[in-house]
Design a protein around this ligand. Structure first.
Ligand SMILES: CC(C)(COP(=O)(O)OP(=O)(O)OC[C@H]1O[C@@H](n2cnc3c(N)ncnc32)[C@H](O)[C@@H]1OP(=O)(O)O)[C@@H](O)C(=O)NCCC(=O)NCCS
Length: 456
């Protein structure tokens, strides 16, 4: 399940290199689930131009075109640093950097534009070769970075505004907008922009579902002292997931342990997520199939930054009891849930979590942890007025995370009519023995519920 917070598994480079060949059935099912979810969603892809000379680069572009053909709205932002450096070197024009930002002189600016245009041309050629139509344009208004601490950054600029309507029109028409790192102000003065900042500004403006930074690095290298880095991450050497809180701690307490480029990327990703982009992914684009794998499977390879998806979920309180009973009642009447009294609920309240938006209860669920590292998931309910918005998935995912943190190895549940929902969320049919013995003895054969389980 994507979005299981820290718990997506992390693949080794060699596994990732194997690409999607021999994709198992479970993987196929995951793909179909994601296909539906991502149709018409906007994905912004910042592509590092270091990748452009790599042997598998054209395959990456083919994969991007594949995504576009299945209905995902793709916007490309090419990084051009490498190409610009090359052009400047060819024309023997010096360029200075301050804190990783290029000071773009009057003399350098035409060459910066040439470097930027070289990379967009490469992308257009490869998109055309793969049967897609890329279009390059001026949809970004820029302003001068100005003079900072006495240093004039000249033609180096910042993104002022993104023309969302124009870009949306292109997406509607089935085109792939390519946004180079050059912007103009209202009177036509040109500025050299940071492609990473540009990608974030576009993702925010277009309310992108995903923003990718595709480079030649695996992700954000792990900081060993971080207590939120789990054993798998420490072994792989990079963070698999960071939520906004962890990203904040990383930047505040471990800033010195991060390279400046990684500091900047974490900060940009957090900015994007805080503004509503669901997920920001950092992946190594030189690995075959890595983009598809990152999108269509719960196994992640690089680093994913995401906003806290569980902020609406909290432990149930005694004052929630009457509302939980109200929520369950229609499903009790339909025979989907068993009847519970206020007293039973009060006695089990510590197992329950609720999903609340403002003062309204949208859903609830419970997790009972048994000895022997087994837990039961039960009473998963979403108010009929709020179904289909991912609430059920989030509650299940939250409780699986909770179980995992408590050292639980297997979670089971009993269901009469909802097995498909749980199977979409990773559960599989299981024998009665998946339940602890004390629970097997209270199994009601008249109800004939199916047992489903997931291994954590
Ligand atoms: C099952 C339930 C929790 C799902 O909640 P939700 O917030 O709508 O779930 P999500 O939005 O995360 O997922 C919705 C997806 O699940 C599917 N789904 C919902 N209920 C389903 C069911 N009973 N069987 C199979 N699939 C179901 C929807 O079709 C939807 O699919 P889509 O994404 O392809 O459109 C909710 O419908 C509910 O409360 N049902 C009644 C109570 C119940 O059955 N609880 C389980 C007790 S064991």
């Amino acid at each position: 399940m994507e979005g299981n917070g820290k718990k997506r598994s992390s693949k080794s480079a060699s596994q990732a290199q194997a690409g999607l060949a021999g994709f198992p059935m479970q993987g196929m099912r995951e793909v179909f689930g994601y296909l539906r979810r991502y149709r018409d969603q906007v994905f912004v892809l910042k592509i590092d131009d270091h990748l452009m000379g790599r042997p598998l680069f054209s395959l990456l572009i083919k994969d991007i075109v594949l995504l576009q053909k299945i209905g995902i709205r793709i916007i490309l932002v090419p990084g051009a640093k490498h190409s610009i450096d090359k052009v400047l070197k060819t024309y023997r024009v010096n360029s200075t950097m301050k804190d990783d930002v290029r000071i773009t002189t009057e003399e350098a600016m035409p060459l910066v534009k040439l470097g930027a245009s070289n990379v967009t041309n490469v992308l257009i050629s490869l998109l055309t070769e793969s049967g897609a139509n890329g279009v390059v344009g001026n949809w970004v208004r820029a302003r001068a970075m100005g003079v900072l601490n006495g240093l004039d950054y000249q033609h180096t600029g910042r993104v002022e505004k993104v023309d969302v309507a124009l870009i949306n029109n292109l997406l509607e028409d089935g085109l792939i907008p390519i946004v180079p790192n050059i912007g103009w102000n209202l009177v036509g003065k040109d500025y050299n922009l940071s492609s990473s900042e540009l990608a974030v500004a576009i993702a925010k403006a277009l309310r992108a579902t995903k923003l990718f930074f595709i480079g030649v690095d695996t992700g954000i290298p792990v900081v060993a002292e971080c207590d939120f880095a789990d054993a798998g991450e420490k072994a792989s050497g990079y963070f698999s997931n960071l939520d906004l809180e962890e990203g904040g701690i990383l930047l505040r307490d471990f800033s010195q342990s991060l390279k400046s480029e990684h500091r900047e990327l974490v900060s940009l990703a957090m900015d994007a997520c805080a503004a509503g982009v669901d997920r920001v992914h950092f992946i190594d684009g030189s690995l075959d199939g890595i983009l598809l794998q990152e999108i269509f499977s719960s196994a992640g390879h690089g680093t994913m930054v995401y906003a806290n998806q569980y902020d609406k979920i909290r432990s149930a309180k005694p004052t929630d009891i009457s509302e939980i009973l109200r929520l369950m009642q229609p499903y009790v009447e339909d025979g989907i849930l068993i009847q519970r009294s206020a007293e039973t609920l009060a006695a089990e309240l510590e197992n329950f979590v609720v999903f609340k938006v403002d003062a309204t209860l949208h859903g609830c669920a419970a997790l009972k942890i048994y000895p022997d590292k087994v837990a039961e998931l039960y009473a998963v309910v979403v108010d009929a007025g709020f179904t289909g918005q991912g609430t059920g998935r989030k509650i299940v995912s939250y409780l699986l995370d909770k179980a995992r943190k408590a050292g639980v190895k297997s979670v089971y549940l009993l269901t009469t009519q909802t097995s498909d929902f749980f199977m979409r969320n990773g559960f599989r049919e299981a024998p009665l023995t998946a339940m602890p013995p004390e629970r097997q003895s209270t199994y009601n054969p008249d109800r004939n519920s199916r047992v489903l389980a997931v291994t954590l």
